[in-house]
Design a protein around this ligand. Sequence first.
Ligand code: SAH
Length: 242
Amino acid sequence: MFLFENIYIVLVGITHPGNIGGAARAMRNMGLTQLRLVQPKLFPHAEATARASGACDVLAKTQVYDNFAESIQDCHLVCGTSARSRTINWEILSPRDSVEKVLLTSQKVAIVFGREHAGLTNEELDHCHYLIQIPTVADFSSLNVAAAVQVIAYELRCAQMANETSLIKEPAETLATAESMQRFYEHLRQTLIEIDFLDPTNPRQLIRRLQRLYNRSQLTESEINILRGILTATQKQCKVKL
Ligand code: SAH
């Protein structure tokens, strides 16, 4: 019986199959079994199986996706990981603080890891509520991706063992899924264009900044419905005035 059935480790664009096996093993040691891959270069592969050691059960049920948005669309909390600080202000959490947030919910959570050479794109990070950074020395901050999975999986295990019952609480209300957040952002973008607040030929960073703002708030489904209701009413008023 695994305690982390709602936690999905998502690996994006991995080129070395050995890293997939290494991540599967790291997960299985700590009680995680849900692995999702987005456009792996080679999978299944003998090198992945070899590096997974005994964790073949994790590889056997690994799900493979063509695009990132699909791989997280049923998740209510999405955490990205990065070795680098990004230009736009993110809420950056340590592995320890991030697992506390993850363990507060029994809804589906994605913890996302990036490509060996390039990490995650800003577009991929736009889907994330938080950014997790593993603290390292300043001049050598990038871990091997399977090692990064190990650190987060270990913190999950420690937090779960330290506080078996009191940490695991139900949230008061269901958080919106990544899919409804994306639909809301598209609605927001469309409305901002209609009211001439956003110039589609020169969007700059506006939508990205708004995404950060709303992602920080961790909206529930009913809050999303209120916001979309306001957008629809705004669009109606705009059409009446035309
Ligand atoms: N040059 C890339 C490094 C990619 S390392 C970059 O700057 O982003 C591959 C992946 O391992 C990263 O995308 C991230 O998911 C994870 N990773 C590596 N080092 C990390 C760190 N210090 N903190 C959090 N995640 C890290």
